[in-house]
Design a protein around this ligand. Structure first.
Ligand code: ATP
Ligand code: MG
Length: 420
């Protein structure tokens, strides 16, 4: 991609309502743009990051034989009446009427819809277990939409649902999702922790949350200094310094951003919707369910909150909008721009996703924007091209290396392999 054609409006200063660094940086670097409180456009750079997150999420769901579908955002009130949640969900449920004055909601979650989707099909134990997921826009009229994508009123979520003949089967599937979630957040480059969670208004028998560790997190994690104990403070209200309730060590507190949630729902929804199957003995049973969410758009924010410096974003390699940023310091000198174009083409051919800064801007402006944008590797084509060399700069380590153009691909592939 040529940067002169890329829609990435950068800002010198973030708007004053952006109070956390990730929000400021994503706005300043031209990844997102606010439309209204809690409602954002993902600009091309932001869309590429979202796509990268989704690619990882899809691969890890395919690996546990969970297939993708797509449900409607628009949901009739009758479904929510059947689960009883039209009345209890409260102000967060976005409600609207159609032209016939019939009530609808814009889905904040999809337990009601999925239960009715599988209802007729899952009539025998032979079809169980089954799990499905979607990646979809969700709507929640949050009381305090804030921190950009962290708490949006419209946001992207991955939600999965599983169906089982008994609790043992649900346990097995739940553990598979837990492993998939570990893989997803690790591949995204996040510093995270799994914690025991509150069962909340969903009802059910067991749940865990995955938290990105960050000072700005709205959740408090209580964990043991020595051992595996970690929980949301909502479940175990323990003070700093107390002995851990299980295992060794004493209690510490940390702040976390909830990235994902895995949940054993039990039979709550299958009972409300009358979903039954025939077991091996031809006896009617209520289906067991699990549900599993990930905040796709929230991940983009959480990673920036963890990976940045005074100059801008530092993308982990799997989420970066581009792999390599080729920056010719001047676009008027034919020797420089011609070499930059050659390098651009040959790196693309080698399989890298490359951004070429072909804008007629001063070198200082280009470097500033490049640091802000945070692409892991930058190749500077400058005066040393007269001696046949260019500079590789590593945004993650700050290291800089002069290499001959003929050695560039080899040097780059070694550095790329060692990126985080
Ligand atoms: P929170 O406690 O932060 O409101 P939640 O418990 O309501 O989260 P879930 O219903 O479990 O969230 O939704 C699954 C995932 O969707 C969450 O783990 C989170 O990553 C994401 N998420 C929830 N609400 C929002 C929001 N308003 N904006 C962006 N992402 C969200
Ligand atoms: Mg919530």
């Amino acid at each position: 991609m040529k940067q002169s054609r890329l829609f990435a409006p950068t800002l010198k200063e973030a708007p004053s309502d952006a109070v956390i660094v990730s929000h400021q940086l994503l706005l300043r670097a031209g990844f997102i743009k606010q439309v209204a409180a809690g409602i954002y456009t993902y600009l091309p750079l932001g869309k590429k990051v979202i796509d990268n997150i989704e690619t990882i999420v899809r691969a890890e769901h395919t690996a546990i034989d969970c297939s993708e579908l797509l449900m409607p955002a628009l949901q009739p009130k009758e479904l929510w009446d059947q689960s009883g949640r039209w009345d209890v969900y409260g102000g967060e449920l976005m409600r609207l009427k159609d032209r016939h004055q019939r009530d609808f909601a814009l889905g904040p979650t999809h337990e009601e819809v999925i239960t009715t989707v599988v209802k007729d099909y899952l009539n025998s134990y032979k079809k169980l277990p089954l799990s499905v997921y979607q990646i979809q826009t969700k709507f929640r009229d949050e009381a305090r939409p804030r921190f950009g994508l962290m708490r949006g009123r419209e946001f992207i979520m991955k939600d999965a649902y599983s169906f089982h003949e008994d609790a043992a089967s649900l346990d097995v599937e739940y553990d598979k999702f837990v492993q998939a979630y570990h893989n997803i957040f690790t591949r995204c480059g996040l510093d995270f922790r799994m914690v025991e969670a509150d069962n909340g208004q969903m009802g059910g028998s067991g749940s865990a949350e995955f938290m990105a560790l960050a000072e700005v997190g709205e959740d408090t994690i209580v964990y043991s200094t020595d051992g595996d104990f970690a929980s949301n403070i909502e479940v175990h209200d323990l003070a700093v310094g107390e002995p851990a309730p299980v295992g060794n060590g004493t209690i510490q507190h940390a702040k976390g951003i909830e990235l994902g949630h895995v949940f054993k729902l039990g039979t709550k929804y299958s009972e409300s919707f009358g979903v039954t199957f025939l077991d091996v003995d031809q006896k009617k049973q209520a289906l067991m369910m699990g549900c599993y969410g990930i905040g796709i758009s929230r991940i983009m924010m959480a990673i920036v909150e963890q990976k940045n410096d005074e100059f801008g974003i530092i993308w982990p390699k799997n989420l970066a909008p581009f792999d390599v940023h080729v920056v010719p310091i001047c676009t008027k000198t034919p020797e420089i721009i011609d070499h930059a174009l050659d390098i651009y083409a040959s790196l693309q051919q080698a399989g890298y996703d490359v951004l070429l800064d072909d804008r007629p801007e001063r070198a200082g402006v280009k470097f500033k924007d490049s640091d802000l944008m945070g692409i892991p590797l930058r190749i500077v084509v400058g005066k040393s091209i007269a001696d046949g060399s260019v500079q590789i700069a590593n945004r993650q380590t700050g290291e800089k290396l002069e290499v001959k153009v003929e050695d560039l691909k080899e040097a780059l592939s070694e550095i790329y392999a060692n990126l985080k």
